[in-house]
Ligand binder design. Structure first.
Ligand SMILES: Nc1ncnc2c1ncn2[C@@H]1O[C@H](COP(=O)(O)OP(=O)(O)OP(=O)(O)O)[C@@H](O)[C@H]1O
Ligand SMILES: [Mg+2]
Ligand SMILES: [Zn+2]
Length: 220
């Protein structure tokens, strides 16, 4: 898992490894190991000062992203999942230019028009860079009231699906707002593992199923 969010890396916190550090191995870096099958690289694992701001322009970000790909002893991987900050700026541009044979991009949006407008640009960005769009996920799609189970569409609902249709890209599903996701993220516990019967976990699993049916690897 490669976190290329240079200015606001969240992956270390989400995985509860914020006190771990990337180690040096000769000229190279060794990723932080989570469990026995997940290797992680993130700017947040370069220093213990979690409040320090990274004040960098594009060329520096390009260099560090390049090092995260080429100077890390990743070893043999099944998948390299890259978490990018939103938008069409330096980080997504750097990674899209540096990856040699990416399977594609997964785009996450929220349902309201203001978010969708930006995400449409992200899809155009992928097209310009010949990066296939594997699909769109609509996050924060409705809130199931814990008291009466009524669904409340806080950020509206369905906007991501409609946009995916209009732009001709696969739709991977809707993830509702679930306070347990906030809890899991803040304590670094895997939400789907600990809340596997919740509607949100089912949505995650459904999206994974759709993605694995795409046979991404075989289509290379
Ligand atoms: N479906 C959800 N239900 C409840 N909380 C959520 C949900 N999705 C995200 N969150 C909360 O919002 C936080 C940020 O989410 P996430 O990391 O996915 O945002 P992001 O789009 O990557 O943000 P950034 O722009 O900072 O990269 C999560 O840590 C979690 O607390
Ligand atoms: Mg993020
Ligand atoms: Zn209610």
């Amino acid at each position: 898992l490669l976190d290329i969010d240079i200015h606001g890396p969240s992956i270390p916190k989400l995985l509860h490894i914020e006190d771990k550090l990337i180690t040096a191995h000769g000229e190279n870096m060794l990723p932080v190991l989570v469990g026995d099958n997940l290797k992680v690289i993130s700017m947040g694992l370069m220093s213990r000062d979690h409040d320090a701001a990274i004040i960098w322009r594009g060329p520096m970000k390009f260099q560090v992203i390049k090092q995260f790909l080429k100077n890390v002893e990743w070893g043999e991987l099944d998948y390299l999942v890259i978490d990018s900050p939103p938008g069409t700026g330096d980080e997504p541009l750097s990674i899209a230019q540096l990856l040699e044979h990416p399977d594609g991009a997964i785009i996450v949006t929220t349902p309201q028009d203001v978010a969708i407008a930006d995400v449409r640009k992200s899809i155009s960005f992928c097209r310009s860079l010949q990066l296939p769009v594997l699909g769109v996920i609509e996050n924060m799609s409705g809130f199931i009231c814990p008291k009466c189970s009524e669904v409340i569409d806080i950020f509206k609902s369905g906007g991501g699906e409609q946009m995916a249709k209009e732009m001709g890209v696969p739709f991977l599903g809707r993830v509702p707002i679930d306070p347990q996701i906030v809890q899991a993220c803040d304590t670094g516990r895997p939400f789907v593992y600990h809340n596997s019967n919740s509607p949100a976990a089912k949505a995650f699993k459904e999206a994974i199923k759709v993605l694995s049916n795409l046979n991404v690897k075989e289509n290379l």
